[in-house]
Structure formats: structure tokens, C-alpha cells
Design a protein around this ligand. Structure first.
Ligand SMILES: Cc1ncc(COP(=O)(O)O)c(C=O)c1O
Length: 529
């Protein structure tokens, strides 16, 4: 269906091509779901809920900023005239002028005498973060719990939360579908509410997990799958099964701070293996570590790592299995984000190439389907019995009703379309956020460019301290993950992780721009010192 609404100068998205739906906001025709730019305009739509509290000119400016940041208006392109925009928005010319000046102040638009406003030419393409050096030896993990840093220091009134990756935006999930599945499971399996369970999992869920694992290239037997209370729980069972206190574990670096917390709790040492922002774990660096350190296990997120969002190429995934085999070292593979990729080929797990049970694969559906159900799973290969025993010893048998609900959700045909929707939303957010970082952070900033997922990894110019930036930002109600959390050393003191799993509206976009300006101020101070 073509858009039939006239706004005087064609569609606001600047395209005269086909439009699928038009969203009329009162008398304003602001957003189209344009076939040429569907992700961007959809995303702009999502942000409209937080606009109402701002002055009119800011509301208008933020909407236009969204179109610029999402690429609807390209660098150097002429923006609609002030007069047309005022008519379009139903505001006075002076309000529209204020909106354009706001865009100018934010560095998004430039006025050209007698020609109007143009989208600023953004700075040159932003580079990827650099890959670190392999460490010479392992280190103990003995610092304050990383999760606490974010909780305690960020416990002030945070209004823009770019911190944790736990999905917090209900818009990302199909709440109704989850509710219906839980109600149905409660009705159909109500008997299980009054009977005791102490098993590795409900066969319905074990089999549903095995079916989903086919999309990761893994043929698992349902009976070998142990159900856990989360992915982190699954990883902890694997670590307990294959290590003793004081042992060394190889981790990709930067790494998810939850892993460092676990290693610390289990008194393990870490050797941090550098990772490339696109291709992940450096195999030459891992080989060097295997040859020189007494490594007992490798723990990695080979597909959409956290925080980099790196994906190991299939050849590297195969090579990793071959590399570990002669050392008899298990790989603990976390596949919690794999389903966020659209094709089975890209989702493929390292476990798909495991022939002798050396890969312990752990997952959950907290990042993809229903964060609140919070059930995880593990297929621990050769260590299946030890992991099942540890799960039992910990009294961790889970709630059967929820297991049935999850099994139902996993086997519904809607699962894949939901993943595609979630993935497209996140891709659009990451794209927009990357452009904001590129336009507002200090010169020399680098940023990752993940294909999917929830996070961006930002490398500020050398010498900057992201914990200091965190303190300044938190005092203005903006939170993010300081780089120090992602290593047992201080090597990422000048880096930070931004997560977009919470709300993503005008407040967050403005918060991100503000964070960039705070970083610029700190960068200027650092260069003057
Ligand atoms: C790589 C990775 N694994 C696991 C988790 C946690 O998953 P769950 O909530 O199922 O424990 C996270 C959370 O951010 C993560 O980044």
C-alpha cells in the first residue's frame, strides 16, 4: 500500500518509494513505515512515548535528530525548510527555528546562508577498537564484585541506563505469548505444583532445548541436557566440574564481568586472551597460552561475545576444537546470544564441531525469549554426570510448570519470527547509537560494530579513565559499564560498554550525546594536564 498522506514535500523520510503503513499522530503525519527505511522509522516510532514531557521545540528537534541519526537524512543532505517543517509539525515558525538551532547546537545540522539547514557531515568513519597483547601469565581475580560496582555506584537516580545487558525493555519481548504459555502450563501441569522434583529437567524442556540446538548445528540428546536456573548457573556448574581452586581458566578479553565474578567466587585464576572486535578470540594468542600456562578450561562466548559482539568465523570455531583436543582441555561455550542471528550458519556453535564431548555448551533464553522465566541449560559432554550431580547437590531442580511453559514457547513456530523482530530492533538501535558515538565522543574514539546483540564497546583515547567518566555521568543520572569491569586487570580503564537492552527513546539518545560531551570535556582536561 502506498502512503497517500501529503506533507507538502514528499515523505518526511525523504523517500518517494513505497510506504507500507502510515502512522498518524493526531493531525501530524510524521512517521511512515517506509519499505526503504523500515528499521529506522520503526525505531523512531518506538521513541515517541518519552517525548511528551519536553518543550515543543525539543520534541520536534529530537524527532528530526532520530531521522538524522538513523540515516534517513544523510550527511550533507538538505533538511526540510523551517517553514515546511513548522507546517508539518503544526508549530510556529519560531518554535521550528528553535528546533533547528537545537540541532545545530548538537552538531547535527549546519545552517547555510540563503540555502537552509543541512545535515552535518559526520566525522570520518569511526575505527574499531584495538586488539590487546596476550598476557605473559595468569592473574588471580580478586576485586570487588563487578556487578556491585554498577549497582552501588549507579544506584543514584539513574534516568538513562546504558549499563547492564539484562533486557529491561518489555517492548523487546512478547509478554502476552509468555503469559498465555505460563497460564496454559499451570492449568495442564497443575499436578506438578504439588509433587516434588529432583531431576535434571522435565523431558519436554530437555527435548525442546535439543530441538533448538539443531539451529546451532548441534545434535544433542534431550536426556543429556541438564536444566539450570540460568546460563550463569550452567557455566558455574561446568567450572566446578572441571576445575579446583587455584586453577587457571582462559577467558576471552574483554569479557562479561559475570564470568569474572564467578572465577573470583571459585578462587580461580584467569589468563585473558585478546579478542578481535569482529572475529573474537585470537587463536594464536590462545595457542601461546596453552603452550605456556597450566590452563584447565577455556570459557568463551564465540558467537556475539559480550561486550564486543564478535562472531568467530566457522573456520576458527572448527580450529578451536582441534586446538584444544591434544591438551584434553574442555571448552565451556556460552551460546546465550546465538539465536539473535538470523541464519543457522552464523549461529552455529563450536559444539557443532565437537566429536568427543570436549565442549560443554551452556545457554538460556533470558536474552531472547523471556528474561523473567530465567531457566538455563547445559549439555556438558564428557562431564554430563558430574554436572548433573552438582546440579542435584545444589538442590537446583527447577519449577516444572515454568519448564513446561518454556518448552511450549520454544517449540512454537512464532519463535523464529520473534527472533527476527528482536534482532532487527537491536540492529537498528546499535546502528543509531554508533552514529551518535561517532558524532559526539572525543576525536580518536573507537567503537565496535557488532552484527547483532545488545552492546557496543567503546574505546576512548588513551589516558582517559572511564570510571571517572562514570562518576560524572552517574551524577547526571546516566549509567554505563566502565571498562574496568571487563577484565581482571586495568587494561580497559579507557574503555566502556554501552548496553541498549533497556528503553531506547529520546531521553536515552540525548543521554548518550551528553555522555559523549562529558567524555570530550574529560579528554580536554586530560590533554591539558
Ligand atoms: C555472555 C553472557 N552469558 C550469560 C549471561 C546471563 O545469562 P542468564 O541470565 O541466563 O544467567 C549474560 C548476561 O549478560 C551474558 O552476557
Amino acid at each position: 500500500m502506498a502512503c497517500t498522506q501529503s506533507i507538502g514535500m514528499g515523505h518526511l523520510c525523504g523517500q518517494n518509494g513505497p510506504h507500507l503503513f502510515c502512522f498518524l499522530h493526531g493531525r501530524r503525519h510524521l512517521w511512515c513505515w517506509c519499505l526503504l527505511h523500515n528499521e529506522q522509522t520503526m525505531n523512531a516510532l518506538a521513541s515517541s512515548s518519552t517525548l511528551a514531557v519536553q518543550p515543543l521545540y525539543v520534541q520536534m528537534a529530537v524527532r528530526m535528530a532520530g531521522l538524522i541519526e538513523s540515516g534517513v537524512f544523510q550527511p550533507g543532505q538538505r533538511l526540510p525548510s523551517v517553514r515546511d517543517s513548522a507546517a508539518q509539525e503544526g508549530v510556529s515558525i519560531s518554535t521550528a527555528m528553535q528546533a533547528f538551532r537545537w540541532l545545530e547546537d548538537k552538531g547535527l545540522a549546519q545552517a547555510k546562508p540563503k540555502a537552509g539547514y543541512f545535515v552535518s557531515k559526520l566525522r570520518q568513519r569511526i575505527a574499531l577498537p584495538m586488539v590487546g597483547q596476550p598476557p605473559a601469565h595468569s592473574v588471580p581475580v580478586e576485586r570487588r564484585s563487578r556487578t556491585d560496582v554498577i549497582r552501588v555506584d549507579g544506584g543514584q537516580a539513574i534516568r538513562v541506563n546504558l549499563g547492564g545487558t539484562c533486557p529491561r525493555d518489555s517492548m523487546l519481548f512478547d509478554e502476552d505469548r509468555v503469559r498465555v504459555a505460563v497460564s496454559r502450563a499451570t492449568r495442564v501441569h497443575r499436578r506438578t505444583l504439588v509433587s516434588y522434583t529432583n531431576e535434571a529437567g522435565t523431558p519436554a524442556l530437555q527435548n525442546a532445548v535439543a530441538q533448538r540446538a539443531l539451529h546451532l548445528g548441534c545434535s544433542l540428546r534431550g536426556e543429556d541436557v541438564v536444566i539450570t536456573s540460568s546460563c550463569i548457573h550452567a557455566v558455574s556448574l561446568c567450572l566446578m566440574a572441571v576445575t579446583r581452586p587455584g586453577d587457571v581458566v582462559a577467558l576471552e578479553s574483554p569479557t562479561f564481568f559475570g564470568f569474572l565474578d564467578l572465577l573470583e567466587a571459585l578462587s580461580l585464576r584467569v589468563v585473558e586472551i585478546p579478542s578481535h572486535p569482529r572475529t573474537g578470540l585470537s587463536l594464536p594468542a590462545l595457542q601461546l597460552a596453552l603452550d605456556t600456562q597450566p590452563i584447565k578450561a577455556v570459557l568463551a562466548v564465540p558467537t556475539l561475545s559480550n561486550p564486543l559482539g564478535a562472531i568467530m568465523p566457522l573456520a576458527d570455531k572448527k580450529a578451536l576444537v582441534r586446538m584444544l583436543a591434544p591438551h584434553q582441555i574442555p571448552l565451556i561455550e556460552d551460546v546465550v546470544f546465538n539465536d539473535l542471528l538470523a541464519s543457522d550458519e552464523r549461529r552455529k556453535a563450536v559444539k557443532a564441531f565437537d566429536r568427543d564431548g570436549s565442549v560443554m555448551v551452556c545457554g538460556s533464553f533470558s536474552k531472547t525469549l523471556a528474561p523473567g522465566i530465567r531457566l538455563g541449560w547445559v549439555e556438558a559432554g564428557r562431564w554430563r554426570d558430574q554436572v548433573a550431580a552438582l546440579q542435584r547437590v545444589q538442590g537446583a531442580a527447577t519449577n516444572e510448570v515454568l519448564e513446561h511453559a518454556l518448552a511450549d514457547l520454544l517449540t512454537q513456530t512464532a519463535y523464529e519470527s520473534q527472533m527476527r523482530r528482536l534482532s532487527a530492533t537491536m540492529k537498528s538501535r546499535l546502528h543509531e547509537a554508533r552514529r551518535l558515538v561517532s558524532g559526539h565522543f572525543p576525536k580518536g574514539t573507537r567503537v565496535s560494530d557488532p552484527a547483532a546483540g545488545y552492546t557496543l564497546w567503546v574505546e576512548l583515547p588513551a589516558g582517559m579513565n572511564s570510571m571517572r567518566l562514570f562518576e560524572h555521568a552517574a551524577s547526571e543520572g546516566i549509567a554505563f559499564g566502565p571498562g574496568q569491569l571487563f577484565s581482571a586487570t586495568d587494561r580497559y580503564a579507557h574503555c566502556l560498554r554501552l548496553s541498549f537492552s533497556g528503553a531506547w527513546g529520546d531521553a536515552e539518545k540525548e543521554g548518550l550525546m551528553r555522555l559523549g560531551h562529558l567524555a570530550q570535556a574529560l579528554s580536554r582536561q586530560a590533554s591539558q594536564a
